[in-house]
Design a protein around this ligand. Structure first.
Ligand code: BGP
Length: 476
């Protein structure tokens, strides 16, 4: 028995900067991630200190070449179609279209690549689901404007949107304006293309929320633009989600969890409801933040998204007690406390399928807009056997638990359009810059140092997911 509707969109997700490689091919400009150091440093460490990172030189940087999807996309998409994908999520690389972000004309070679990519998806019966900005703002916009801290990024982003929406609207129906928009508060370099490392804590907070406002206005205006270009287009927002639990039933801990959840919901409250929530205004006041917003901005925000998408990997845990809170030990960017009821992955992420059901119910209850689970999965080290197999029972167990809980959420009454598990083909990790942290159903023979044949092999999870799709979500 399946809980999933018959037109449920099953598929997988990648992002341009983590799979395409070809980082300077066909006049592509540099993006933020192109200057980060290699796997050994840990990308998030570098992201906190971009200037330090930029001073280093490396022989090989994984995302420069990645898995070379720019040249292998046809055969890779064919393997995804073999699994039965109905949807394929990827992003457009902004610096392929506007190499410097503010060029007079778009780069035709970059546009031509996505013509072919999206057409190939269509030919294989897959809906492309396209993220407009996934962690790869053109580097030149950081150097010239300090990224989204500057209001002018709104119009530059909208010019880019205007070009790609006009060009691809016949091929692409589903769009996301920004990947994990709330990440701008945690990793401002990656999320906002800006350096706040020299600022005081208060100035940094002010800058991050001002930049967030610029992204929210840009997102709302992009939604309006898309609807005007083609009324069939569905525009979504995208949150790095994961329910935050209180460490104990102490009311202070419950309140701390509520506040931590709001830090992410703040963005979606604006994008799905069309106005700033009162608690955000109270937060700005309490922290003496003065966010410049014009009447025209507030009017623009009224254009809301058609659906709400999110990534979900794990739940989180907070405490109001500063001594307990100091014990945080997770590798996750959110710095969660350790939850003794949950297993921990090799990278310290605490996996929690029930947390997906809780998150889906809460997001649905809050917005009453269709959901799309656009990232979920387990990053692990895989071993390729001599006969080119990968026995990834751990990944199957994770996905089974999460897909079953997603089905339970749908049985609870949540409306969900689809599911694209993350990194359906192995690619470079966003947080660590490694190839070794793998999520795929398809193994790619390339390591952190660029060694390997770059050949593709089907993991055990490939055949498992193919059956899940064929049986519309039955995981037995
Ligand atoms: C999300 C990003 C993705 C992706 C994923 C897994 O935050 O949207 O780009 O990489 O996390 O994270 P990681 O690659 O760090 O394991």
């Amino acid at each position: 028995m399946t809980n999933f509707p018959k037109d449920f969109l099953w598929g997988g997700a990648v992002a341009a900067n983590q799979c395409e490689g070809a980082y300077q091919v066909d006049s592509k400009g540099l993006s933020l991630v192109d200057i980060l150091p290699d796997a050994k440093q840990g990308r998030w460490d570098a992201l906190m200190h971009p200037k330090a990172a930029a001073q280093k030189t490396y022989d090989f940087y994984p995302s420069h070449e990645s898995i070379d999807f720019y040249h292998t996309y046809e055969q890779d998409l064919e393997m995804m179609a073999e699994m039965g994908f109905k949807v394929f999520r990827t992003s457009i690389s902004w610096p392929r279209i506007f190499p410097n972000g503010d060029d007079a004309q778009p780069n035709e070679a970059g546009l031509a690549f996505y013509d072919k990519l999206f057409q190939k998806c269509r030919d294989l019966g897959m809906e492309p689901l396209v993220t407009i900005n996934h962690f790869d703002t053109p580097l030149a916009l950081m150097e010239k404007y300090n990224g989204w801290a500057d209001r002018r990024l709104i119009d530059l982003y909208l010019r880019y949107c205007d070009v790609i929406l006009h060009r691809y609207h016949k091929l692409v129906k589903y769009w996301l304006t920004f990947n994990e928009i709330n990440m701008i508060l945690h990793i401002p370099f990656l999320g906002g293309g800006m350096d706040v490392s020299d600022l005081s804590a208060k100035e940094a907070l002010q800058t991050k929320y001002q930049a967030a406002h610029h992204q929210l206005v840009a997102s709302a205006k992009a939604v309006k633009m898309a609807h005007e270009i083609d009324s069939d287009i569905k525009m979504g927002c995208m949150l790095a989600a994961g329910e935050v639990y209180p460490n104990t039933p102490a009311p202070a801990d419950v309140l701390a969890a509520l506040q931590a959840n709001r830090e992410g919901y703040f963005f979606i409250d604006v994008q799905a409801r069309g106005y700033y929530p009162n608690y955000a205004k109270a937060f700005f006041k309490a922290n003496d933040l003065h966010i410049e917003m014009t009447d025209a901005d507030l009017a623009a925000l009224k254009e809301t998204v058609d659906f709400v998408s999110f990534s979900y990997y794990a739940s989180r845990l907070v405490s109001a007690d500063p001594e307990v809170a100091a014990e945080k030990g997770e590798a996750n960017v959110f710095n969660s406390l350790k939850n003794p009821y949950l297993p921990t992955s090799s990278w310290g992420w605490q996996t929690d399928g029930v947390g997906l059901r809780i998150t889906m119910n809460n997001v649905w209850d809050r917005y009453q807009k269709p959901l799309f689970v656009v990232e979920n999965g387990l990053g692990e080290k895989d071993e390729l056997t001599a006969d080119h197999k990968v026995h990834d029972a751990y990944r199957i167990a994770y996905l089974k638990e999460n897909i079953d809980q997603m089905g339970q959420a749908i049985a609870d009454g949540v409306v969900c359009w689809g599911y694209t598990s993350w990194g359906c083909i192995d690619l470079v990790s966003a947080s660590t810059g490694e190839m070794a942290k793998r999520y795929g159903y398809i193994y790619v023979d390339r390591d952190n140092n660029g060694q390997g044949t770059n050949a593709r092999y089907r993991k055990d999870s490939f055949y498992w997911y193919k059956d899940v799709i064929a049986n519309n979500g039955v995981t037995e």
